[in-house]
Design a protein around this ligand. Sequence first.
Ligand SMILES: C[S@@+](CC[C@H](N)C(=O)[O-])C[C@H]1O[C@@H](n2cnc3c(N)ncnc32)[C@H](O)[C@@H]1O
Length: 353
Amino acid sequence: MSNDASPTLAESSFEQPPAAFPMMSAYMPMVKSAAMTSAAELGVFHFLHRQPASPLDAARALDASGQGMQSLFHALASFDLLIRNGDGTYRNAPFIEHYFTPAAAADLTAGLLWNAEAMKLMTGLTDAIRQGRPAESMWATMTRRPGMGALFSRYMEAFAGYFSADLLQHIDIPAGASQLLDIGGSHGLHAASLCLRHPQLHATVFDLAESLTQTPRVIEQHGLQARMTLRAGDAVSDDFGSGSDGGKFDVVLLLSVLHNQTEADAQDIVRRALDALKPGGLIVIHEYFHDPANPGRYAASFLLTLLVEVGTTLQQPDLLQTWLRDGGCRTIRRVDMQEEGKGSLLLAMRDGA
Ligand SMILES: C[S@@+](CC[C@H](N)C(=O)[O-])C[C@H]1O[C@@H](n2cnc3c(N)ncnc32)[C@H](O)[C@@H]1O
Protein backbone atom coordinates (compact mmCIF):
# COMPACT_ATOMS: atom_id res chain seq x y z
CA MET A 1 0.00 0.00 0.00
CA SER A 2 1.43 3.42 -0.88
CA ASN A 3 1.41 6.23 1.71
CA ASP A 4 -1.25 8.39 0.03
CA ALA A 5 -3.81 5.53 0.08
CA SER A 6 -4.28 5.64 -3.70
CA PRO A 7 -4.16 2.15 -5.21
CA THR A 8 -0.87 0.97 -6.66
CA LEU A 9 -0.77 -0.44 -10.17
CA ALA A 10 -0.58 -3.96 -8.74
CA GLU A 11 -3.69 -3.39 -6.58
CA SER A 12 -5.72 -1.86 -9.38
CA SER A 13 -4.82 -4.36 -12.08
CA PHE A 14 -6.88 -7.53 -12.63
CA GLU A 15 -5.20 -10.84 -12.18
CA GLN A 16 -7.83 -12.44 -14.41
CA PRO A 17 -9.26 -10.96 -17.61
CA PRO A 18 -12.82 -9.68 -16.98
CA ALA A 19 -15.64 -12.17 -17.63
CA ALA A 20 -17.25 -9.74 -20.07
CA PHE A 21 -16.23 -6.82 -22.27
CA PRO A 22 -16.03 -4.01 -19.65
CA MET A 23 -18.49 -1.76 -21.51
CA MET A 24 -21.18 -4.33 -20.62
CA SER A 25 -21.41 -2.89 -17.11
CA ALA A 26 -22.90 0.32 -18.57
CA TYR A 27 -24.50 -1.07 -21.72
CA MET A 28 -26.54 -3.97 -20.28
CA PRO A 29 -28.35 -2.03 -17.49
CA MET A 30 -29.28 0.63 -20.07
CA VAL A 31 -30.75 -1.98 -22.46
CA LYS A 32 -32.57 -3.76 -19.62
CA SER A 33 -34.12 -0.50 -18.41
CA ALA A 34 -35.13 0.51 -21.94
CA ALA A 35 -36.57 -2.94 -22.74
CA MET A 36 -38.68 -2.97 -19.56
CA THR A 37 -39.91 0.55 -20.32
CA SER A 38 -40.86 -0.32 -23.91
CA ALA A 39 -42.57 -3.52 -22.76
CA ALA A 40 -44.71 -1.41 -20.40
CA GLU A 41 -45.44 1.22 -23.08
CA LEU A 42 -46.50 -1.50 -25.55
CA GLY A 43 -48.51 -3.40 -22.92
CA VAL A 44 -46.44 -6.60 -23.22
CA PHE A 45 -46.48 -7.60 -19.54
CA HIS A 46 -50.25 -7.06 -19.23
CA PHE A 47 -50.83 -8.98 -22.50
CA LEU A 48 -48.75 -11.95 -21.33
CA HIS A 49 -50.56 -11.84 -17.99
CA ARG A 50 -53.76 -12.67 -19.89
CA GLN A 51 -52.24 -15.51 -21.95
CA PRO A 52 -48.85 -16.89 -23.03
CA ALA A 53 -48.08 -15.73 -26.57
CA SER A 54 -45.52 -15.92 -29.33
CA PRO A 55 -43.75 -12.70 -30.31
CA LEU A 56 -45.74 -12.67 -33.57
CA ASP A 57 -49.11 -12.96 -31.79
CA ALA A 58 -48.07 -10.24 -29.35
CA ALA A 59 -46.92 -8.04 -32.26
CA ARG A 60 -50.29 -8.43 -33.98
CA ALA A 61 -52.28 -7.70 -30.81
CA LEU A 62 -50.12 -4.78 -29.66
CA ASP A 63 -49.65 -3.05 -33.01
CA ALA A 64 -45.90 -3.65 -33.35
CA SER A 65 -43.60 -5.23 -35.93
CA GLY A 66 -42.92 -8.97 -35.68
CA GLN A 67 -39.17 -8.43 -35.85
CA GLY A 68 -39.26 -5.73 -33.19
CA MET A 69 -41.35 -7.82 -30.83
CA GLN A 70 -39.11 -10.85 -31.33
CA SER A 71 -36.02 -8.79 -30.43
CA LEU A 72 -37.81 -7.39 -27.39
CA PHE A 73 -38.89 -10.87 -26.22
CA HIS A 74 -35.37 -12.22 -26.65
CA ALA A 75 -33.89 -9.34 -24.66
CA LEU A 76 -36.48 -9.63 -21.88
CA ALA A 77 -35.95 -13.39 -21.68
CA SER A 78 -32.17 -12.90 -21.54
CA PHE A 79 -32.70 -10.73 -18.44
CA ASP A 80 -34.96 -13.44 -16.90
CA LEU A 81 -38.01 -11.19 -17.20
CA LEU A 82 -39.87 -13.48 -19.64
CA ILE A 83 -39.79 -17.29 -19.76
CA ARG A 84 -39.92 -19.26 -23.02
CA ASN A 85 -42.42 -22.14 -22.96
CA GLY A 86 -41.76 -25.47 -24.75
CA ASP A 87 -44.20 -24.53 -27.56
CA GLY A 88 -42.31 -21.31 -28.41
CA THR A 89 -44.75 -19.00 -26.60
CA TYR A 90 -43.57 -16.79 -23.70
CA ARG A 91 -44.94 -16.00 -20.26
CA ASN A 92 -44.01 -13.37 -17.66
CA ALA A 93 -41.36 -14.37 -15.12
CA PRO A 94 -42.74 -14.43 -11.53
CA PHE A 95 -41.01 -11.10 -10.68
CA ILE A 96 -42.84 -9.36 -13.57
CA GLU A 97 -46.14 -11.09 -12.81
CA HIS A 98 -45.97 -10.04 -9.13
CA TYR A 99 -45.06 -6.38 -9.61
CA PHE A 100 -45.96 -5.23 -13.15
CA THR A 101 -49.34 -6.81 -13.97
CA PRO A 102 -52.92 -6.65 -12.64
CA ALA A 103 -51.97 -9.66 -10.45
CA ALA A 104 -49.74 -7.35 -8.37
CA ALA A 105 -50.92 -6.00 -5.01
CA ALA A 106 -49.78 -2.62 -6.45
CA ASP A 107 -49.06 -2.73 -10.20
CA LEU A 108 -45.86 -0.69 -10.72
CA THR A 109 -46.29 -0.37 -14.51
CA ALA A 110 -46.74 3.39 -14.09
CA GLY A 111 -43.17 3.50 -12.75
CA LEU A 112 -41.91 2.01 -16.01
CA LEU A 113 -43.97 4.51 -18.01
CA TRP A 114 -42.40 7.35 -15.98
CA ASN A 115 -39.00 5.76 -16.66
CA ALA A 116 -39.34 6.92 -20.28
CA GLU A 117 -39.42 10.53 -19.03
CA ALA A 118 -36.71 9.89 -16.42
CA MET A 119 -34.36 8.55 -19.12
CA LYS A 120 -34.84 11.77 -21.13
CA LEU A 121 -34.09 13.85 -18.03
CA MET A 122 -30.92 11.80 -17.41
CA THR A 123 -29.47 13.09 -20.69
CA GLY A 124 -28.92 16.36 -18.80
CA LEU A 125 -26.81 14.71 -16.09
CA THR A 126 -23.36 15.91 -17.17
CA ASP A 127 -24.57 19.51 -17.45
CA ALA A 128 -26.35 19.22 -14.09
CA ILE A 129 -23.14 17.95 -12.47
CA ARG A 130 -21.22 20.87 -14.01
CA GLN A 131 -23.80 23.47 -12.99
CA GLY A 132 -24.96 21.92 -9.70
CA ARG A 133 -28.55 21.97 -10.94
CA PRO A 134 -30.58 21.15 -14.07
CA ALA A 135 -31.11 23.79 -16.74
CA GLU A 136 -34.77 23.70 -15.67
CA SER A 137 -36.47 21.98 -12.72
CA MET A 138 -38.77 19.16 -13.83
CA TRP A 139 -41.64 20.91 -11.98
CA ALA A 140 -41.18 23.82 -14.40
CA THR A 141 -40.87 21.44 -17.37
CA MET A 142 -44.20 19.90 -16.36
CA THR A 143 -45.97 23.21 -16.83
CA ARG A 144 -44.89 23.18 -20.52
CA ARG A 145 -45.12 19.47 -21.37
CA PRO A 146 -48.69 18.16 -21.38
CA GLY A 147 -48.96 14.68 -19.90
CA MET A 148 -45.65 14.75 -18.01
CA GLY A 149 -47.24 15.72 -14.69
CA ALA A 150 -49.91 13.04 -15.12
CA LEU A 151 -47.24 10.38 -15.79
CA PHE A 152 -45.34 11.36 -12.66
CA SER A 153 -48.51 11.40 -10.54
CA ARG A 154 -49.46 7.95 -11.83
CA TYR A 155 -46.03 6.66 -10.82
CA MET A 156 -46.37 8.28 -7.39
CA GLU A 157 -49.84 6.72 -7.11
CA ALA A 158 -48.40 3.27 -7.89
CA PHE A 159 -45.66 3.75 -5.29
CA ALA A 160 -48.25 4.99 -2.80
CA GLY A 161 -50.25 1.81 -3.35
CA TYR A 162 -47.12 -0.22 -2.66
CA PHE A 163 -46.24 1.86 0.42
CA SER A 164 -49.72 2.51 1.83
CA ALA A 165 -49.87 -0.38 4.33
CA ASP A 166 -46.53 0.69 5.92
CA LEU A 167 -47.74 4.25 6.24
CA LEU A 168 -51.13 3.36 7.74
CA GLN A 169 -49.44 1.04 10.21
CA HIS A 170 -47.44 3.92 11.73
CA ILE A 171 -49.88 6.85 11.62
CA ASP A 172 -52.07 7.25 14.72
CA ILE A 173 -54.66 9.87 13.85
CA PRO A 174 -55.44 12.02 16.95
CA ALA A 175 -58.83 11.27 18.55
CA GLY A 176 -61.57 13.49 17.13
CA ALA A 177 -59.45 14.61 14.17
CA SER A 178 -61.60 15.93 11.33
CA GLN A 179 -59.30 17.90 8.98
CA LEU A 180 -56.21 16.62 7.15
CA LEU A 181 -53.93 18.58 4.82
CA ASP A 182 -51.79 16.58 2.37
CA ILE A 183 -49.12 19.02 1.11
CA GLY A 184 -47.65 17.84 -2.21
CA GLY A 185 -50.33 15.14 -2.03
CA SER A 186 -50.47 14.58 -5.81
CA HIS A 187 -52.72 11.55 -6.58
CA GLY A 188 -54.30 11.85 -3.10
CA LEU A 189 -54.15 8.10 -2.43
CA HIS A 190 -52.57 8.48 1.02
CA ALA A 191 -55.18 11.03 2.09
CA ALA A 192 -57.91 8.79 0.66
CA SER A 193 -56.61 5.73 2.57
CA LEU A 194 -56.68 7.70 5.82
CA CYS A 195 -60.21 9.01 5.09
CA LEU A 196 -61.41 5.46 4.45
CA ARG A 197 -59.93 4.32 7.76
CA HIS A 198 -61.27 7.33 9.73
CA PRO A 199 -64.87 8.10 8.66
CA GLN A 200 -64.93 11.52 10.40
CA LEU A 201 -61.90 12.78 8.45
CA HIS A 202 -61.98 15.32 5.59
CA ALA A 203 -58.88 15.88 3.47
CA THR A 204 -57.45 18.75 1.43
CA VAL A 205 -54.91 17.68 -1.19
CA PHE A 206 -52.58 20.60 -1.96
CA ASP A 207 -50.20 20.43 -4.92
CA LEU A 208 -49.02 22.11 -8.12
CA ALA A 209 -51.88 22.11 -10.67
CA GLU A 210 -49.93 19.77 -13.02
CA SER A 211 -49.75 17.16 -10.26
CA LEU A 212 -53.47 17.11 -9.50
CA THR A 213 -54.75 15.72 -12.82
CA GLN A 214 -55.15 12.14 -11.50
CA THR A 215 -56.61 13.07 -8.11
CA PRO A 216 -60.30 13.42 -9.11
CA ARG A 217 -60.19 9.85 -10.49
CA VAL A 218 -58.64 8.50 -7.25
CA ILE A 219 -61.20 10.37 -5.13
CA GLU A 220 -64.07 9.05 -7.26
CA GLN A 221 -62.72 5.47 -7.21
CA HIS A 222 -62.94 5.57 -3.42
CA GLY A 223 -66.30 7.37 -3.31
CA LEU A 224 -64.80 10.25 -1.32
CA GLN A 225 -66.13 13.20 -3.37
CA ALA A 226 -67.89 14.64 -0.31
CA ARG A 227 -64.84 14.36 1.94
CA MET A 228 -61.85 15.32 -0.20
CA THR A 229 -61.01 18.72 -1.69
CA LEU A 230 -58.27 19.73 -4.12
CA ARG A 231 -56.25 22.91 -3.80
CA ALA A 232 -53.81 23.87 -6.55
CA GLY A 233 -50.94 26.04 -5.35
CA ASP A 234 -47.26 26.45 -4.60
CA ALA A 235 -46.12 25.19 -1.20
CA VAL A 236 -43.14 27.54 -1.32
CA SER A 237 -45.23 30.70 -1.47
CA ASP A 238 -48.85 29.90 -0.56
CA ASP A 239 -50.38 30.11 2.89
CA PHE A 240 -51.73 26.84 4.33
CA GLY A 241 -53.95 28.72 6.77
CA SER A 242 -53.15 29.60 10.38
CA GLY A 243 -54.65 31.55 13.26
CA SER A 244 -53.45 33.08 16.54
CA ASP A 245 -54.06 29.80 18.44
CA GLY A 246 -52.98 27.47 15.63
CA GLY A 247 -54.32 26.37 12.27
CA LYS A 248 -57.43 24.42 11.37
CA PHE A 249 -55.85 21.05 10.56
CA ASP A 250 -55.56 18.04 12.88
CA VAL A 251 -53.12 16.24 10.59
CA VAL A 252 -50.60 17.54 8.04
CA LEU A 253 -48.80 15.18 5.65
CA LEU A 254 -45.50 16.12 3.98
CA LEU A 255 -44.77 12.87 2.19
CA SER A 256 -41.72 12.83 -0.12
CA VAL A 257 -42.04 16.57 -0.61
CA LEU A 258 -39.17 18.23 1.28
CA HIS A 259 -36.35 16.71 -0.80
CA ASN A 260 -37.79 18.59 -3.78
CA GLN A 261 -37.09 21.92 -2.09
CA THR A 262 -34.00 23.89 -1.16
CA GLU A 263 -33.11 23.67 2.53
CA ALA A 264 -34.42 27.21 3.15
CA ASP A 265 -37.73 26.52 1.39
CA ALA A 266 -38.10 23.15 3.16
CA GLN A 267 -37.58 24.83 6.53
CA ASP A 268 -40.16 27.47 5.70
CA ILE A 269 -42.66 24.86 4.49
CA VAL A 270 -42.27 22.90 7.75
CA ARG A 271 -42.75 26.12 9.76
CA ARG A 272 -45.94 27.03 7.89
CA ALA A 273 -47.19 23.43 7.97
CA LEU A 274 -46.85 23.49 11.77
CA ASP A 275 -48.64 26.86 11.89
CA ALA A 276 -51.51 25.22 9.99
CA LEU A 277 -51.80 22.50 12.68
CA LYS A 278 -54.11 22.71 15.69
CA PRO A 279 -52.36 22.28 19.06
CA GLY A 280 -52.14 18.52 19.63
CA GLY A 281 -52.19 17.93 15.87
CA LEU A 282 -49.96 15.45 14.06
CA ILE A 283 -47.41 16.17 11.31
CA VAL A 284 -46.07 13.25 9.28
CA ILE A 285 -42.90 13.65 7.19
CA HIS A 286 -41.75 10.94 4.79
CA GLU A 287 -38.14 11.27 3.65
CA TYR A 288 -35.07 9.27 2.66
CA PHE A 289 -32.27 9.62 5.19
CA HIS A 290 -28.66 8.82 4.41
CA ASP A 291 -25.11 9.16 5.64
CA PRO A 292 -23.69 12.05 3.53
CA ALA A 293 -20.18 10.55 3.72
CA ASN A 294 -21.33 7.13 2.57
CA PRO A 295 -24.89 7.27 1.21
CA GLY A 296 -25.10 3.69 -0.04
CA ARG A 297 -26.26 2.71 -3.52
CA TYR A 298 -29.96 3.62 -3.30
CA ALA A 299 -29.53 7.05 -1.65
CA ALA A 300 -26.60 7.82 -3.97
CA SER A 301 -28.77 7.06 -7.01
CA PHE A 302 -31.60 9.15 -5.57
CA LEU A 303 -29.22 12.07 -4.93
CA LEU A 304 -28.06 11.97 -8.55
CA THR A 305 -31.68 11.83 -9.71
CA LEU A 306 -32.62 14.84 -7.57
CA LEU A 307 -29.62 16.76 -8.93
CA VAL A 308 -30.63 16.19 -12.55
CA GLU A 309 -34.40 16.50 -12.10
CA VAL A 310 -34.81 19.29 -9.54
CA GLY A 311 -31.39 20.50 -8.36
CA THR A 312 -32.08 19.70 -4.70
CA THR A 313 -30.74 17.18 -2.21
CA LEU A 314 -32.02 14.84 0.51
CA GLN A 315 -32.77 16.57 3.81
CA GLN A 316 -30.96 15.51 6.99
CA PRO A 317 -33.03 14.01 9.84
CA ASP A 318 -31.30 16.09 12.56
CA LEU A 319 -32.20 19.28 10.74
CA LEU A 320 -35.83 18.22 10.24
CA GLN A 321 -36.10 17.35 13.93
CA THR A 322 -34.68 20.76 14.88
CA TRP A 323 -37.26 22.49 12.70
CA LEU A 324 -40.03 20.40 14.28
CA ARG A 325 -38.82 21.24 17.81
CA ASP A 326 -38.50 24.94 16.88
CA GLY A 327 -42.10 24.79 15.65
CA GLY A 328 -43.36 23.50 18.98
CA CYS A 329 -43.13 19.71 18.76
CA ARG A 330 -41.68 17.96 21.80
CA THR A 331 -42.73 14.43 20.86
CA ILE A 332 -41.00 13.26 17.69
CA ARG A 333 -40.89 9.63 16.58
CA ARG A 334 -38.70 8.27 13.78
CA VAL A 335 -39.56 5.06 11.93
CA ASP A 336 -37.09 3.59 9.42
CA MET A 337 -38.69 1.24 6.88
CA GLN A 338 -36.88 -2.05 6.46
CA GLU A 339 -37.20 -2.32 2.68
CA GLU A 340 -34.67 -0.34 0.61
CA GLY A 341 -36.41 2.45 -1.28
CA LYS A 342 -39.20 2.95 1.26
CA GLY A 343 -37.43 5.62 3.33
CA SER A 344 -38.29 6.83 6.84
CA LEU A 345 -41.06 8.63 8.69
CA LEU A 346 -40.88 11.43 11.25
CA LEU A 347 -44.12 11.73 13.25
CA ALA A 348 -44.49 14.71 15.57
CA MET A 349 -47.25 16.21 17.71
CA ARG A 350 -47.65 19.95 17.96
CA ASP A 351 -47.65 20.85 21.66
CA GLY A 352 -50.45 22.51 23.55
CA ALA A 353 -53.54 20.32 23.15
C1 LIG B 1 -42.30 12.76 -4.91
S1 LIG B 1 -43.89 13.45 -5.12
C2 LIG B 1 -44.75 12.82 -3.70
C3 LIG B 1 -46.24 12.73 -3.90
C4 LIG B 1 -47.02 12.20 -2.68
N1 LIG B 1 -46.88 13.07 -1.53
C5 LIG B 1 -46.59 10.81 -2.33
O1 LIG B 1 -45.94 10.61 -1.30
O2 LIG B 1 -46.88 9.88 -3.10
C6 LIG B 1 -43.59 15.14 -4.72
C7 LIG B 1 -44.82 16.01 -4.87
O3 LIG B 1 -44.49 17.32 -4.42
C8 LIG B 1 -45.12 18.23 -5.30
N2 LIG B 1 -44.44 19.53 -5.27
C9 LIG B 1 -43.17 19.82 -5.69
N3 LIG B 1 -42.93 21.12 -5.54
C10 LIG B 1 -44.07 21.66 -5.02
C11 LIG B 1 -44.45 22.98 -4.68
N4 LIG B 1 -43.60 24.02 -4.82
N5 LIG B 1 -45.70 23.18 -4.20
C12 LIG B 1 -46.57 22.16 -4.07
N6 LIG B 1 -46.26 20.88 -4.38
C13 LIG B 1 -45.02 20.65 -4.86
C14 LIG B 1 -45.03 17.57 -6.64
O4 LIG B 1 -45.96 18.11 -7.57
C15 LIG B 1 -45.31 16.11 -6.29
O5 LIG B 1 -46.67 15.81 -6.35
